[in-house]
Design a protein around this ligand. Structure first.
Ligand SMILES: [Cu+2]
Length: 147
């Protein structure tokens, strides 16, 4: 019940900024909760591009560093590495999800607790080189919340 209400709050917030930034819309943003002293976590969401864009960087007040990561099975071992910039064509969506692309939040400054909202800023570059910031509010949960 509590999670459901947070989702509604997140969607209301989405409407406010997506009209201001007509390049992308972000849905279903969530961040994995941590235990005390855990130094990293992942953030996940669906990004839909309204124009051609590249996701070039991300940051959050709760993390020293946020990187775009890719997870892949390499010789039977799950590994992750920085993915560099991710292109999204107009009208297409990029899923940042567990086991695939994700935002790696490192150097965490504090514990991330279930139910709280974590702010992230995503930086997108347009084909003309202009960069715009998109603010995202991610709900903290242990596993992907069901919308
Ligand atoms: Cu990672």
């Amino acid at each position: 019940m509590k999670i459901e209400r947070l989702w509604v709050a997140a969607l209301v917030g989405l409407g406010l900024w997506s009209s201001a930034q007509a390049q992308v819309s972000v849905e279903l943003a969530w961040v994995r909760t941590t235990v005390p002293n855990q130094v990293s976590s992942g953030a996940f969401m669906r990004i839909t591009a309204l124009k051609d864009v590249r996701l070039v960087a991300a940051r959050s007040p709760v993390a020293g560093v946020v990187e775009v990561h890719e997870m892949k099975i390499d010789n039977g071992i799950m590994r992750m590495r920085p993915a560099g910039e991710l292109s999204i064509k107009a009208g297409q969506s990029l899923e940042l999800k567990s086991g695939g692309y994700h935002l790696m939040m490192m150097d965490l400054k504090r514990q991330i607790k279930a139910g709280e909202t974590v702010a992230l800023t995503l930086e997108f570059k347009a084909p003309d080189g202009s960069v715009s910031d998109v603010a995202v509010k991610a709900v903290a949960a242990l596993t992907q919340p069901v919308p």
